[in-house]
Design a protein around this ligand. Structure first.
Ligand SMILES: [Zn+2]
Ligand SMILES: [Zn+2]
Length: 471
């Protein structure tokens, strides 16, 4: 038994070509229908010509692939009607193999529509339509539960603020809302019956979040994430640097700009050289030194036990010298307006770091696929996030060229794409496999391939298939 590169039961490949960097597999489906498709009567059919149809297939060896099918037409002796033979493995309304439709569904949450369409050799609209259907079906089945620790944050995408809700403990996205308005968030939260499960809510300093949390989850602690707060301390210190720089020469300004990283780092993380440079800098700039000390002392509060932290928090304002009051105003105001939520962190040190990382993911997705609708962006975030595991480190001295060293080499240069179907996969799932030649003149080639391509190439004795391929 041999199975050809088509790997579709019931199909026989008649010829294979590579034209304009695209494979064409000329094929026919050999299973004969017994019943008339029009009247249902059995065994009254006879052949009545063929019709050639092109079906798109998932790519092979990095080339778009199409099937030129000689579809058999039958005529029924009973009713006199004609019909085309039903084909297995084909999604007729899409003019593609079922496998190709699956490929689009799988890839539409990982890759851009343009790039998928490009790999398959179809137009963007086909990908968009299939993706739309798929996303609607995922959405219909999606029933997120409220987590014990709810993260609420927003991310700006194409000028619009989108609200992102996460399960902080489980590090999972839960929902992306079209905006961060009070009404939108309230409506969404009200739909959930298990609101009693929520033990804490982490937000940033956006009043509607606090209001909504207070209404929907009465008595549940609301925590301002540490990183949102300490970032403000950095921001205030930067204001001092920028303000002072204005009265300095161009050279000094540029020098300060270049060196600002050592100001923003925590003191304890500086290298010896950086610490020395910082000391030199601050010794000459007492006002900047004050701003730096304030920033460091603010960070220091987060390293304390609660009673000391609260005392240091309330003492902080008094430590801001009058000449720095304006620069540190936003921090001081936030500390006053959000004291309860900021200091709640010392009882509930939950962090929105995961939510923020996810926001970064959302931005990256959007940048890569300009023009994504909100629905697609949301679906990619909720259903399509892939943990990107780094490739295994290869030992430096590798003498034998075996599969594992080849894999390590290919993984190092890989961006997580299968080299055959060109789909995006978790990098650890890719394996090196010798992909068979499809047409004469090609060579078997070691490629990093996905599990699907791997199994496609493994069905049957491809070697013999290749040798007696078309001339
Ligand atoms: Zn009939
Ligand atoms: Zn593949």
């Amino acid at each position: 038994m041999t199975t050809d590169i088509l790997d579709l039961p019931g199909w026989t490949v008649l010829a294979k070509r590579l034209e304009d960097r695209e494979y064409e597999l000329e094929a026919e489906y050999t299973v004969k229908p017994t019943a008339c498709q029009k009247c249902g009567v059995l065994d009254r059919l006879y052949r009545h010509g063929t019709k050639d149809t092109i079906y798109r297939d998932s790519p092979i060896r990095g080339h778009a692939t199409r099937i030129l099918a000689h579809v058999q037409r039958y005529k029924c002796r009973e009713c006199g009607e004609t019909f085309l033979q039903p084909l297995a493995g084909i999604q007729e309304d899409r003019r593609m193999t079922a496998r190709c439709a699956e490929y689009i569904k799988q890839q539409c949450l990982r890759d851009t529509f343009t790039s998928i369409a490009d790999h398959i050799g179809c137009d963007d609209r086909t990908v968009r339509n299939l993706a739309g259907e798929y996303i609607a079906s995922l959405d219909a089945a999606y029933r997120p539960a409220l987590p014990a620790w709810l993260g609420i944050d927003e991310t700006q995408i194409d000028g619009k603020m989108r609200c992102v809700l996460t399960d902080i403990g489980g590090r999972r996205p839960i929902e992306m809302l079209a905006d961060r308005d009070k009404g939108t968030l309230t409506t969404w939260l009200h739909r959930h019956k298990e609101r009693k499960h929520v033990q804490g809510v982490a937000i940033d300093m956006w009043r509607p979040y606090r209001d909504v949390a207070g209404t929907i989850f009465p008595g549940v602690p609301v925590v301002i994430d540490k990183f949102h707060v300490v970032r403000m301390a950095n921001y205030c210190m930067e204001r001092t640097r920028i303000r002072l720089a204005k009265s300095r020469t161009k050279e000094v300004r540029r020098d300060w700009m270049r060196s600002k990283a050592i100001l923003n780092k925590r003191e304890g993380t500086l290298t010896e050289k950086q610490a020395f440079n910082l000391r030199m800098w601050l010794d000459n700039e007492p006002e900047l030194a004050d701003a730096y000390r304030l920033k460091e002392s603010f960070y220091g509060i987060y390293g304390m036990q609660k009673p000391q932290a609260l005392a240091a928090y309330d003492a902080f304002k008094g430590n801001v010298p009058p000449r720095l009051k304006a620069d540190f105003k936003v921090l001081l105001t936030a500390m006053r307006n959000w004291r309860t939520e900021i200091t709640a962190y010392f009882d509930y040190p939950i962090s929105n770091a995961y939510t923020e990382a996810l926001n970064g993911v959302a931005k990256t997705i959007n940048r890569a696929g300009r023009g994504y609708s909100f629905e697609v962006l949301r679906a990619r975030l909720l259903f399509g996030t892939q943990p990107r595991t780094p490739p295994p480190q290869e030992p430096p001295t590798m003498t034998r060229v075996d599969q594992s060293s080849q894999r390590a080499f290919l993984l190092k240069t890989s961006d997580g794409r299968c080299e055959s179907c060109q789909g995006v996969f978790p990098i650890g799932s890719l394996e090196v496999h010798l992909t068979p030649a499809v047409v004469p003149g090609e060579h078997r080639k070691g490629m990093l391939v996905c599990p699907t391509c791997h199994s496609r190439f493994h069905t049957g004795q491809l070697g013999s298939e290749v040798t007696h391929s078309t001339q």
